[in-house]
Design a protein around this ligand. Sequence first.
Ligand SMILES: Cc1ncc(C[n+]2csc(CCOP(=O)(O)OP(=O)(O)O)c2C)c(N)n1
Length: 402
Amino acid sequence: MADLDDVHETRRSSSSASRRNFLQGLVGAGAAISLSSKIANAQGEIGFWAKDLTDAQLTDMMRTILRIRWYERTLVDKMLTDANYRGYNHFYVGQEAVATGVCAALKNTGGVMEADLVYSTHRPSGHAIAKGADIKKMAAEYDFRATGLNKGYGGEMHISDKSIGFIGADGMIGPGPVIATGSAFAIRARGSKQVVVNFGGDGTYATPHFHSAMNNAALLKLPFIYVIENNLYHQYAHYSWSCPMKDIAEAAVPYGIPGVVVDGQDVVQVYNAAKTAVERARAGEGPTLIEAKTYRYYNHWGAPGAKPGELGAFGYDPLAISSFRPERELRAWMARDPVDICRNTLIGWKVIDAAKAAAMEAEIKQEVLDAVAWADKQPFCKPEDGLKNVFAEGSVPARQFG
Ligand SMILES: Cc1ncc(C[n+]2csc(CCOP(=O)(O)OP(=O)(O)O)c2C)c(N)n1
């Protein structure tokens, strides 16, 4: 993929002259930063924690990746074929190893006072499933059903499940890391050993919230991990339009915290980096920025360009101003599929064999089909439900400050 690696420079140099001049200044700054960069390679400096996992834990990772993959593929097909489906999703397919590797390094039980906390994005399925959310209730929520994970109030972009520390999706690009950092501050003040993870896309780099969160987390040594899922595009724009560096992890350098680049297609690499960051955060040593290089197989939202039963969206997206990414780029990333990489690793480590892997996939596919069939039978919310859970019941004592 050497030719695709150069895309950052190519796209930058093909832009207008004034933009080129502006960016050339920034490129200079980026180069200076990289000279002093302490970015670690996940294969090298940070060890191989995954080798210490039991076969059951490794198999669980594989199951999670498959569950995310088939949950999403099933909903892609539903969106394409079922006119009654009301969800309109941002698909995470292609990025499954990131959520899975990170959440495998976290404590995912005990509610908000004990579990590690995850703050997610507008693309939340993978994070929710990896944290342990019930896919039946998720599917019902995505279709705004009354028995959904959030009683049909949230839909995809506002799902949450406090019982597993999944604080929730967030449709706004930017504020997430600030809220998550505040949460990490509260945890430190309370003295618990929890860790807070914020997932964000490459699109969050250029927001002030990203830098404010990094700065405060570093200054206060908060138990905070920022996972940037760099899937190369924010909506329809390549990240070279908003970030002067090729590795967003370099943004960690001025804040004096570790910045780690990982292959986001390889769950083992992601897990190793996350585990190191979690150990550091729990020990009170402060935050880490992890950049996972990854790719999404579908368009920004919905399923334009996709065909039922086929993996990936290759067609033209009418919502984009132009066909925003080359098909060969998508195909090159699909050749390094996170499901295949995980399966091959586990077979290579003799944790499973090919027959067991195939059986596992068939079982999970059925589990997802059953979950979505269950969701389809759930009742819709009634108009009068709209005012439930909005106002406090009974009387609330007045409070005065100061
Ligand atoms: C404050 C704000 N501005 C704009 C948007 C519209 N918007 C939704 S997703 C998105 C791009 C997000 O890109 P990235 O963070 O890289 O995540 P990805 O979609 O690639 O997973 C934008 C601009 C928004 N949701 N919130």
